[in-house]
Design a protein around this ligand. Structure first.
Ligand code: ADP
Length: 293
């Protein structure tokens, strides 16, 4: 199949054995990219596509998948290669037949996520910037979590929301929130944990033997509560997941307030990606947080 020659050759160069695509099919379900499954001679690869200038996004995603997979704590697709092909940038990775998470897989997911969060660094941030959805996500390495979260998470998204036409009230109240951020932490001192970074239910599944799989990450080292908070934002994770997470690594009581702070980042990002009612939702969250002061 002529269309796949360049990508197939790059996969061969990365993996060793020659790979020729004999069969391809489109895979739906993604929010940002187009995707296909390439098959040939007993091998299968999952390939994501976007515009040519999106290559850095795919390079960062490949590095994130490698970080999760290399942690040895949870299954994530192994990245194989990235490149450009005509007008398209692409990312090829291991194809994993994915299915829903059973109750048993759910308990394993909680345990394995806690183990992943035990993988630590000496800084908050990462080795490179990446994206959250299609929005740039800054990861400059920083010693202070509060400073990192204020500047590289909240401030970045608030400024973007302002540029995208959100009501001035959102930026002004967000500014007030950023000034008092330390109040939400008290004596809680998060360690830098390896995070998935975009952990909604659509980015977790199970393989054919029931092992949990995480994919489509926005990896950085940060407070593990940020990952947990996102699991609650759109649902999809059951009690067994939370119970086994807590049994493996208990959660600080202040999480119940901080989760609103952490999900504010994702709601602002949703406003910046999709517009509409997310601005109002973000305003409500800021108001709820300011009511604690
Ligand atoms: P997007 O970046 O566009 O959101 P995703 O990475 O979430 O795309 O992938 C889209 C869908 O493709 C997922 O919901 C999942 O069902 C499937 N998928 C993702 N990664 C793999 C993989 N490595 N192997 C097989 N299917 C995958």
């Amino acid at each position: 199949m002529r269309d796949w020659e360049g990508i197939s050759a790059a996969i061969s160069a990365a993996t060793g054995p020659p790979f020729v695509t004999r069969h391809s099919r489109a895979v739906g379900g993604g929010c940002i990219n187009e995707a296909a499954c390439l098959e040939g001679d007993g091998a299968r690869y999952f390939v994501k596509f976007n515009q040519r200038d999106r290559l850095p996004m795919f390079e960062a995603e490949a590095a994130g998948l490698a970080a999760l997979s290399d942690s040895g704590t949870i299954r994530a697709p192994r990245p194989v290669a990235t490149g450009v092909d005509g007008k398209r940038a692409w990312l090829a990775m291991e194809y994993i037949e994915l299915g829903p998470i059973s109750p048993q897989s759910s308990a394993a997911l909680g345990r394995q996520l806690a183990a992943m969060h035990r993988c630590s660094a000496t800084f908050f941030g990462w080795s490179r910037d990446n994206t959250i959805g299609a929005t740039p996500q800054l990861n400059m390495q920083t010693d202070s979590w509060i400073e990192f979260y204020r500047e590289q998470r909240l401030h970045y998204q608030l400024r973007l929301a302002q540029e995208n036409g959100a009501p001035a009230r959102l930026y002004d109240n967000g500014q007030r929130l950023m000034e008092v951020l330390s109040v939400f932490f008290g004596s809680y001192n998060p360690v830098p944990s390896l995070l998935h970074g975009d952990l909604w239910g659509g980015n977790a599944a199970a393989d054919q033997s029931g092992r949990p799989v995480l994919f489509d990450p926005a990896v950085y080292y940060g407070d593990r509560e940020a990952d947990l908070a996102m699991t609650e934002l759109f649902g999809g994770f059951d009690d067994r997941f939370y119970q086994s997470y807590r049994d493996t690594w208990d959660i600080d009581p202040g999480y119940s307030t901080r989760k609103v702070l952490y999900n504010l980042y994702h709601v602002l990002n949703h406003y910046n990606l999709f517009g509409g009612a997310y601005a109002g939702q973000a305003e409500d969250m800021v108001a709820r947080l300011l009511a604690h002061i």
